[in-house]
Structures are given as structure tokens and as C-alpha cells.
Design a protein around this ligand. Structure first.
Ligand SMILES: Cc1ncc(COP(=O)(O)O)c(C=O)c1O
Length: 375
């Protein structure tokens, strides 16, 4: 792949050492949701840098303020449990909460879902390829080519056998062809979890903070998870993630939610500033506009071709027939001045919510041209 080094990033644009300008539809795996170097987040971090960075769990005003801001942002009936440094760590915390509450060991995940790269979080969605399994993790077949009813039935079998503390859901499989079930699937899953005393965990690390429209994607599924895991966008690029729980779940010290860097004041400043900017932006309208531009620009170019566009809101996946075609297209797109994410047979578009409409249109036109070249 084309190698370049990024020396400057501002808003929706990256500048490389060799003088190129790229429109950023990658945003560092979807983290820089408000755009690079957002002035309000930068100023909040700078102010906090002059006060206190980290206290190892001792109280700071900033963590208290962030907690109030997050509790105000979360859908009614949810409260922040803890911040973590990565999405993976936050998912591990969710498991700890579920295991402690249920006194059970097991977890159910869905093939193709991404929850992180620790042994537990990886095993929920994919095979590490090392021949080693974690017996308490039950990965259910899921995705394109698998009937939703079959996925549900398999989840039901695992739950009926007992010992399941939690079911982990990635609401849109953003690293696995953009798969998403219908609302009825998630509602049935939620009912199954409740029937068998397992907690429903929604991993909104990528979909949270309006990426798909509403504040969290579970609101589009018509379910009320017990635990919400979030990350990426919540600090606009500052490394921070977290866990929220529904009313009635009491966080206890034996859940061991802390770690060295969790709940530090700098991360809290980034989260508080990000939430306040997001609130002022009317993100749902912006996400709707992004969705219609992506569809208008890309769907005609892909019609009846072999490349499939899936996703919604500000989160789109292009799936190619082969990894070689996807790599060729990614090279061409980068060469045409657009930064995208790519992996295996997929290209992933995660534009910032603040993207200039003209830049989004131009970037999509370039992507459409490159798709036509390789298909
Ligand atoms: C849905 C989802 N959950 C969890 C993670 C893991 O987050 P992190 O890389 O911050 O550990 C990712 C990362 O891509 C993700 O997309």
C-alpha cells in the first residue's frame, strides 16, 4: 500500500509529509468524530493539562463534571459505571459486571463481531487461528448466508444449557460486511436473554454517539440492553472508552472496574468537551445528510456490479468479491486523495460528523470512480 506520513490533521483533512492533502473518511478507526484537532476539545485538554492529569482513582472535579455530562447524554434509565482506556478494556469490564451479578462464567457472542483483541473479547467474534479456544465463550454462527432464525436458535441452545452471564452484541458488524439483523431479531434475543437470566450487552464502541443516527444504535433495535459499552468517538481521539449500566444494576468494588489509567482527569476533559460539542451540532440531522450523500453518490455507480454497499448513517462498508480488488481499490482511492479504512475484502467509510458536504461529495465521487475501475 501507498506509504505516506501524516504531518498535520485539521477537521476532515489530512496533510502528508510529501505535500498531499487527503479527505479523511477513516478518522482513525472512527475516533475523530468531531474532526481532527477540534478547538473545543483541544482547549479543554489544554486547560486540564494545567491543572491535574491523573490521580489514580482519587476524586477530581473534572471526573465529577464528566460523569454528570455523560449521565445527561445517556438515554433515560442508564448511568455511567466507569471509564476505561480502550474498547477492549470496557468490554472486559462489562463481562466482569455480568459475571459478578449472575455468578456465571459463560458468554455468548456472534461470529464476525468485533469487541477487541484480548483473548476473551476476540473469541466472542472470531477465531484467533491459534487452535486455542476459551471454553466459556460460545460463538454463534451469524452474518451473511446464515439465517437470523438459525442464529437465534443457536443462541437459545447455548442459553438453555445454562451458565451464561452475558450476550454480547455488536449492533452493526462493521468489520464483517456491515451485517445487521432486523429489529425483531434483537428483540427476540433480548427476550431470550431475560428469560435465561443473562445480561444483554450492547457494544456501541463504533455505533455510539450518533454514528447511526440516534445517540445509540440500540434505540433503533427497540431493545433496552443491561449494559452499554462505548469508546472511540467519546473522546474525539483521546484514548478513552467506558461502560454504562441500566438503572438497578449496582456497581460493586468486587467487580474491579478500575485500572491504572481509567477515569483519569485528562480523558474526562476530552469526554466532557466532546459531549458538549456534539450536543450543539444537531448530529442526527448531520448524520441523515451524510447517509443520503453516500447513497446518492455511490449506489448508482455500484448498481448491478459485484461491489456491495452496506451500513447506515455515517458508517458504510464496501464489500468486494476478492481481497485483491479491495486492495487495488483502496490504493486507487488513496491515490485520488481520500483516506479510507480497508481490511480483507472490505473498505470502510467513517466520515466525521462535521465533514464539509462538498468534501463528502467529492470523496464519494472519487470512491465511485475507483470502484468502477476495479470491478
Ligand atoms: C465494535 C467494537 N468494539 C470494540 C472494539 C475494540 O476497541 P479498542 O480497539 O479501543 O480496544 C472495536 C475496535 O475496532 C470495535 O469496533
Amino acid at each position: 500500500m501507498d506509504s505516506f506520513s501524516i504531518v498535520d490533521a485539521q477537521g476532515d483533512v489530512l496533510h502528508t509529509a510529501d505535500g498531499r492533502t487527503l479527505i479523511d473518511l477513516f478518522t482513525a478507526h472512527g475516533t475523530v468524530w468531531l474532526g481532527h484537532r477540534h478547538p473545543d476539545v483541544r482547549d479543554a485538554l489544554q486547560r486540564q493539562l494545567d491543572k491535574v492529569w491523573i490521580t489514580g482513582g482519587y476524586a477530581t472535579p473534572m471526573v465529577q463534571e464528566m460523569r454528570a455530562a455523560m449521565n445527561g447524554f445517556l438515554p433515560e434509565g442508564y448511568l455511567l459505571a466507569s471509564l476505561a482506556s480502550t474498547g477492549m478494556e470496557a468490554n472486559e469490564q462489562a463481562l466482569r459486571i455480568a459475571r459478578t451479578l449472575t455468578a456465571r462464567n459463560g458468554a455468548v457472542g456472534f461470529a464476525g463481531a468485533m469487541h477487541g483483541k484480548s483473548f476473551f473479547t476476540a473469541a466472542l467474534g472470531w477465531d484467533n487461528g491459534d487452535g486455542l479456544a476459551i471454553p466459556q465463550v460460545h460463538r454463534v454462527p451469524c452474518g451473511r448466508g446464515v439465517d437470523e432464525a438459525q442464529t437465534l436458535a443457536e443462541a437459545g441452545v447455548r442459553l438453555r444449557r445454562g451458565g451464561i452471564a452475558a450476550i454480547f452484541v455488536e449492533p452493526v458488524h462493521a468489520t464483517s460486511f456491515g451485517w445487521e439483523g432486523g429489529p425483531v431479531f434483537y428483540q427476540a434475543l433480548s427476550a431470550l436473554a431475560a428469560q435465561h437470566g443473562a445480561l444483554l450487552v450492547y457494544d456501541e464502541v463504533l455505533t455510539g454517539f450518533h454514528r447511526t443516527g440516534p445517540s445509540f444504535c440500540f434505540l433503533q433495535h427497540g431493545v433496552r440492553p443491561d449494559i452499554i459499552v462505548f469508546g472511540k468517538a467519546c473522546g474525539n481521539g483521546f484514548p478513552v472508552a467506558g461502560v454504562a449500566v441500566r438503572d438497578g444494576i449496582a456497581i460493586a468494588p468486587r467487580m474491579l472496574l478500575g485500572s491504572t489509567f481509567s477515569n483519569n482527569a485528562l480523558a474526562a476533559a476530552a469526554v466532557k468537551a466532546t459531549l458538549s460539542c456534539l450536543r450543539a451540532l444537531e448530529p442526527e440531522a448531520r448524520v441523515r445528510a451524510i447517509e443520503s450523500t453516500v447513497q446518492q453518490q455511490l449506489l448508482p455507480a455500484l448498481a448491478e456490479g459485484p461491489i456491495v454497499l452496506s451500513g447506515k448513517g455515517a458508517m458504510w462498508i464496501l464489500t468486494f468479491p476478492t481481497a485483491e480488488q479491495a486492495a487495488a481499490c483502496a490504493r486507487a482511492v488513496l491515490g485520488a486523495g481520500v483516506c479510507i479504512g480497508f481490511h480483507n475484502r472490505q473498505l470502510r467509510l467513517l466520515p466525521p460528523v462535521t465533514i464539509a458536504p462538498a468534501n463528502l461529495r467529492l470523496a464519494c465521487q472519487k470512491i465511485a470512480e475507483c470502484c468502477m475501475l476495479v470491478s
